[in-house]
Design a protein around this ligand. Structure first.
Ligand SMILES: [Zn+2]
Length: 373
């Protein structure tokens, strides 16, 4: 185990929940306060950052906070320390506590907020509710002298090219002849300067995701014997790595909406929920969106869900849901607190696998602004 710095921890975090998954315009994710250029031995995971959470981080000896809700959401026009927000920022800076926010990228990430909610609700066969991200496949066709084809193929496979579903190291080869003439200044692997050459070559074709492009190209260039390898590289219209917001899955056994509402209360640990719809309806298929899901009632309806679990449902949206026959259970926005345990456990695993000595502690401050009476 070795001591960690802030960058190493966040690099691991982003290998799981990269910023590119964010699906809200100008979502202020990433490092919000302080610096990652420092040793970090303890990280506090929290849903929100308020003054009590800052105190908690100080008391528990944390150098970094990972939060779901960005602590600076709108652009600041001043940094006065006589306002509540300013006082919070001052406290964090003075105590050298950095804050890193993972918002909609953590909603979308596999094992992120929405998966954690679906898991808590014991949903099975979960699918993405609304696709917000995909990558295109790319194809590399590279021309390699026969004797080196296997070496290049292995290097490409090692870099992750040719992974298709439950298969890896997939490639296709055709044999042919390559022709070239080396000019003055060249250092040809085969043949002489100024003479036309002909060699038996294999055209090796492999596919990979756009995000893996640099790694695959580097592997090909490093393993290819030629000074100037000839290759084609193009983007395919094939989409892969689809990810998105919300989940839709099924309950093991159907239950009435009334019983399901009780199930939500128990599983998400909330004292009250608001319900739209006839409480005697049978519920089997469930859609869930963490946080504020007002925008997704039609998506939830189209998914065929019998009920939509989400927070912050407004009065008129509830009326719209009623008119399209969509049942809703609103347990509040605060159920996103499931991320505290989820993120702490995931990061614990990622860091111990990477032999980094860092402790993730779960915030015990209740940041729910509502009291249910
Ligand atoms: Zn939220």
């Amino acid at each position: 185990m070795k001591n960690a710095n802030g960058h190493e921890i966040i690099q691991l975090f982003e290998s799981w929940s990269p910023k590119k998954l964010a699906c809200m315009d100008n979502d202020p994710i990433g490092l919000a306060i302080g610096t990652l250029n420092k040793a970090v031995s303890k990280v506090l995971v929290t849903l929100d950052v308020n003054e009590q959470v800052a105190e908690e981080a100080i008391e528990r000896g944390c150098q970094l906070i990972i939060a779901h809700h960005p602590p600076i959401f709108r652009k600041l026009s001043n940094l006065r320390t006589d306002t509540p927000a300013g006082k919070l920022y001052e406290k964090l800076i003075k105590n050298d506590i950095a804050v890193y926010a993972a918002h909609t990228n953590l909603d979308v990430a596999e094992g992120g907020v929405n998966d954690l909610l679906a898991e808590a609700l014991q949903l099975e066969n979960c699918q993405i509710l609304e696709k917000t991200y995909h990558e295109n496949l790319m194809k590399l066709a590279v021309f390699v002298p026969d004797d080196y084809a296997q070496e290049v193929r292995l290097a490409l496979a090692k870099a992750g090219a040719g992974s298709i579903g439950n298969y890896d190291a997939c490639s296709f080869s055709t044999n042919g002849e390559g022709r070239f003439r080396a000019l003055e200044g060249a250092d040809p692997f085969i043949g002489d300067i100024g003479k036309m050459e002909k060699t038996d070559e294999e055209k090796i074709e492999v596919v990979f995701t756009t995000s893996n492009k640099n790694k695959v190209l580097k592997a090909m260039l490093n393993s290819h014997p030629y000074e100037e390898p000839a290759y084609d590289l193009y983007t395919l219209a094939v989409e892969t790595n689809e990810m998105g917001l919300g989940r839709v899955g099924t309950l093991k056994e159907p239950m009435t909406l009334e019983r399901f509402a009780e199930h939500v209360k128990t599983q998400l640990n909330v004292p009250r929920v608001r319900v739209v719809g006839n409480i005697n309806t049978s519920i089997k298929k469930v859609a869930v969106v963490g946080g504020d899901g007002n925008k997704y009632i039609h998506t939830a309806k189209r998914s065929g869900a019998d009920v939509f679990v989400t927070g912050d449902i407004g009065f008129h949206i509830a009326q719209d849901a009623e008119s399209i026959g969509l049942n809703i259970v609103d347990p509040g926005h605060h159920v996103e607190k499931v991320m505290i345990k989820g993120v702490a456990e995931k990061m614990d695993k990622l860091c111990s696998d990477a032999k980094l000595s860092v402790e993730f502690v779960q915030s015990e401050i209740d940041t729910e602004p509502f009291t249910f009476i």
